[in-house]
Write a protein that binds this ligand. Structure first.
Ligand code: GLA
Length: 363
């Protein structure tokens, strides 16, 4: 009897021992989350890692944005139509919320964007129902820049001053559908940079464009920037937007572009990075991305970060155009209402293979 009791007590002790061991060796969900490395920390020796946020995602994606990113860009809230919807009526509330989030969490902020042909209200280009004069438009542009850059002075370290002025058409330099160019002429570019510099001499001023690594367009951008620099225009960097897809992204083109722009003494940033799982022209609709798509996407992201790390003196930031796949403009471009999965976190905000590819590249 005594022996039996001893045996049972021994078994009980063993059971308790192994249960405790099992309990502590199984990480709980919260622990797993904490164990996910932070993107910003992984790259802190290289450059800030940013994300574009908007008035909705600063709430719905706040924790993940704070944990993984060290820089913010407003997806829309600092564009002309948001900041000055009517002449003289400046509306900073939504943009200020983004600044507040950055301030509280020690994040940097890129300003986006001062002068662009898109998302600019019609009133800017009109006067009494007619086309505004060149002098008046220059005045409106300078006023907008002075007030906006002045408002954010000290909070915004870099501005996209001019966005997308170069044409994709091999036969022309500047794009045609741009009222700034049409009414003022190409001097609007230099004037915009001068006005921004005057409003905040400490801010880094960027020219920003898409297809900026495509050789033909890159050469046009390079020539324009070279001329501006030769003329003494205060310009400090070039933003390669980086809206790419897994079918056409070229590591070689990215390297060539970084070297070409950096040869002008300019900083280079990737300012709007996302990687569509659909090659250009692939208009399919899918319920889920395939494993192959996600692997390819991860490889592309890994290549981008590996390349950027190789240019520590030239690359001064990479910003993702969104936080997670549940909120991305790619769901409506180039195919309206077609789900895409271009970012580093999935629709449930969990790290994707692409995330781990980026972490791998940091090592
Ligand atoms: C361009 C602009 C961005 C944004 C994207 C699409 O790249 O620079 O502000 O509008 O298009 O989301």
């Amino acid at each position: 009897m005594n022996n039996l009791r001893k045996k049972y007590s021994f078994l009980l002790v063993l059971t308790v021992f192994f249960s405790v061991l099992f309990f502590y060796s199984c990480p709980m969900e919260a622990d797993l989350e904490l164990e996910t490395p932070s993107l910003a920390e992984a790259y802190e020796d290289y450059f800030p890692i940013g994300t574009a946020v908007n008035s909705t995602t600063i709430r719905s994606h706040r924790d993940i944005a704070k944990y993984h990113f060290s820089s913010l860009t407003a997806e829309n809230e600092m564009k002309f139509d948001h900041l000055q919807p009517q002449k003289g009526n400046f509306t900073f509330e939504r943009a200020d919320e983004i600044i507040e989030l950055a301030r509280k969490n020690n994040m940097m902020v890129r300003g986006h964007v001062l002068v662009w042909h898109s998302q600019t209200p019609a009133w800017v280009f009109q006067e009494n129902g007619k086309r505004v004069s060149r002098e008046e438009l220059l005045e409106r542009m300078r006023t907008h820049i002075r007030i906006v850059v002045g408002h954010f002075k000290g909070d915004i370290y870099a501005w996209d001053v001019v966005n997308e002025t170069i044409s994709d058409n091999p036969n022309e330099i500047y794009r045609r559908d741009n009222p700034w160019l049409d009414i003022i002429g190409e001097e609007y570019i230099a004037e915009a940079f001068r006005a921004a510099h005057e409003a905040d001499p400490d801010a880094k001023l960027f020219y920003n464009d898409y297809n900026a690594i495509q050789p033909q367009k890159m050469n046009k951008i390079y020539n324009m920037l070279k001329k501006l620099l030769d003329d003494g225009v205060p310009i400090h960097g070039v933003g390669i937007q980086g809206h790419w897809d897994i079918g056409s992204f070229s590591s070689l083109q990215l390297m060539q572009a970084i070297e070409k722009y950096a040869s002008l003494g300019l900083e280079v940033q990737i300012t709007e990075l996302d990687m569509s799982v659909f090659s250009w022209g692939d208009n399919r609709r899918l319920a889920e991305p395939s494993t192959e798509m996600l692997e390819k996407q991860s490889q592309c992201y890994q290549n981008i970060f590996n390349i950027c790390k190789r240019y520590p003196d030239d690359i001064t930031g990479i910003t993702l155009w969104g936080v997670a796949d549940d909120s991305t403009w790619k769901d409506n471009y180039p195919v309206r209402n077609r789900k895409d999965w271009p970012l580093l976190f999935d629709v449930k905000h969990q790290p994707k293979e692409a995330f781990w590819g980026v972490i791998e590249a940091s090592k």
